[in-house]
Design a protein around this ligand. Structure first.
Ligand SMILES: Nc1ncnc2c1ncn2[C@@H]1O[C@H](COP(=O)(O)OP(=O)(O)OP(=O)(O)O)[C@@H](O)[C@H]1O
Ligand SMILES: [Mg+2]
Length: 158
């Protein structure tokens, strides 16, 4: 599904799989790009969290993948895709606390099962599509609400 809106910026980042040393670098770069484009600080903050969790999951569970950043005048979209093992039960994976993280990753502080719930909490829309053995695509939409501070209104963008 695609929403209307004017595309201001599109950028693709690759994420190395099985490499937690570099994990987190895409979210740092995404936040830098968003700030440079003048995106609202609250949106930059939420996009940073969503991106960090999505890229961590690619680094941890797949041989690698990529993140597409789309900046529209009314929203930011992050699309994560990988050719990893896929998620057999998406509803289960979305539950807080569910994790298949290996012991070595748990020893590094991962595996609380909070990544996908955290992505959900910081997005206005989160779609997960996955086929076991083929890979996973996650699309997160974060709306830009320029009027939030002044009116407290919902959804109005002008
Ligand atoms: N890209 C992916 N490919 C395959 N499986 C995934 C992917 N992303 C998430 N999963 C599965 O969904 C589960 C839940 O992911 P989630 O990010 O919520 O928690 P976690 O990674 O286990 O722990 P945390 O993110 O809190 O460190 C993972 O344990 C894994 O089984
Ligand atoms: Mg995770």
């Amino acid at each position: 599904m695609s929403l209307p809106g004017i595309l201001r910026h599109r950028e693709v980042f690759s994420v190395a799989g099985q490499d937690l040393e570099k994990a987190g670098t895409v979210s740092t770069e995404v936040q830098r790009v968003l700030r440079k484009l003048g995106v609202e600080p609250e949106v930059v903050r939420r996009a940073g969290i969503v991106c960090f969790e999505g890229e961590m999951n690619i680094a941890l569970y797949t041989p690698g993948g990529r993140v597409i950043l789309l900046v529209y005048d009314d929203r930011v979209e992050l699309i994560f895709s990988d050719y990893g093992p896929g998620i057999p039960d998406i509803e289960l994976a979305r539950q807080p606390g569910y994790s298949t993280a290996p012991i070595w990753a748990r020893e590094m502080g991962f595996g609380a099962g909070m990544g996908l719930p955290n992505m959900e909490a910081n997005s206005d829309q989160l779609e997960i599509r996955s086929r076991p053995g083929e890979g996973t695509v996650i699309r997160a939409v974060i709306r830009r609400r320029k009027d939030d501070a002044s009116t407290g209104g919902r959804g109005a963008s002008t």
